[in-house]
Design a protein around this ligand. Structure first.
Ligand code: FMN
Length: 269
């Protein structure tokens, strides 16, 4: 029996995201059991930026449900995250959770490679904003193996699964969870699937999430995107180098410079 953890970000009872998550889990196979955790029912506090969680053998000092949730994630075989689009981005609880990234990243060895699919729900076509890109980034940052992620439309609760093709797409996502990951789509970064690009110079594009670069070259009929070498931002070794190494170095630097920095800060009391 495989354990699937369904993380539901909506506060709505039987929300579109929850219904689609249940269809995805059903399509993952008879050998799967779904446990739902509603993020909005947990006590999840804001990150204090204290970096205590970086110290060996220490945990985040905030007394909330972060480690309860982490344990659920560690013991799951696969994870489904479902979040609604609010004000063009994912519902705030997902950001509160992803802001605890430094504490979570200390457990990257436990979470690394765990399969995950992401369901985003939105009410209006064209108003989905940066929802899916942000959710994808959150999942990759904590080291999960993002197998599929899709946007589902439907403003009214229950409407999302009724839309044309929704059941089929939920089924495909269920198959992907413990199967083959989908490919990046048109307009998505080939590395992290973000749809958000910067154009710092003419004919140059940079993925806002993972830093993947592309040269835009005029072809015979259309512009060709010629991708540079990936920065590997979401590779395990690079995540570890940042969340364990670089940040710990900054904490050490702070210890040696704390008097100097306190003097600067005191001027702004
Ligand atoms: C506060 C609020 C803000 C919303 N903002 C957007 C939005 O920016 N774009 C959009 O397409 N839908 C927006 N919606 C609609 C929801 O995304 C939509 O109803 C979705 O189906 C909710 O998913 P759920 O049923 O899983 O909670 C918003 C809904 C609420 C309550």
């Amino acid at each position: 029996m495989k354990k699937i953890l369904g993380l539901i970000a909506s506060k709505r009872n039987l929300a579109n995201g929850e219904i689609i998550a249940k269809e995805v889990a059903a399509a993952a196979g008879d050998h799967c059991q779904l446990e739902i955790v509603r993020l909005a029912e947990l006590k999840l506090e804001l990150c204090r930026g204290c970096y205590v969680c970086l110290a060996p053998d220490k945990q985040c000092p905030v007394n909330d449900d972060l480690y309860f949730l982490l344990e659920k994630m560690r013991t799951a075989d696969g994870i489904i995250l479902a979040a609604p689009c609010y004000a063009l981005g994912p519902a705030a609880v997902t950001k509160v959770l992803s802001d605890r990234i430094i504490a979570l990243a200390q457990y990257i060895d436990d979470l690394w490679g765990k399969p995950c699919v992401v369901i985003a729900t939105a009410g209006i076509e064209g108003w989905e904003g940066y929802t899916l890109s942000a959710l994808n980034a959150m999942i990759r940052f904590i080291g999960l193996d993002l197998k599929d992620s899709r946007m589902f439309l439907g403003a009214l609760p229950g409407d999302g699964i009724l839309r044309e093709g929704a059941l089929t797409r939920a089924g495909e996502m269920g198959q992907a969870l413990f199967g083959k990951a989908r490919q990046s789509g048109i307009g998505e970064c080939p590395v992290c699937w973000s749809e958000i690009w910067k154009f710092p110079e003419p004919a140059t594009a940079v993925c806002s999430i993972c830093g993947q670069t592309a040269s835009l070259v005029a072809g015979e009929k259309e512009i060709q995107w010629v991708y540079g070498v990936s920065s590997g931002r979401f590779e395990k070794e690079n995540l570890k180098a940042h969340f364990h190494g670089w940040l710990s170095g900054k904490v050490q630097e702070f210890m040696t410079r704390r008097k100097e920095l306190a003097a600067v800060r005191n001027c702004y009391k």
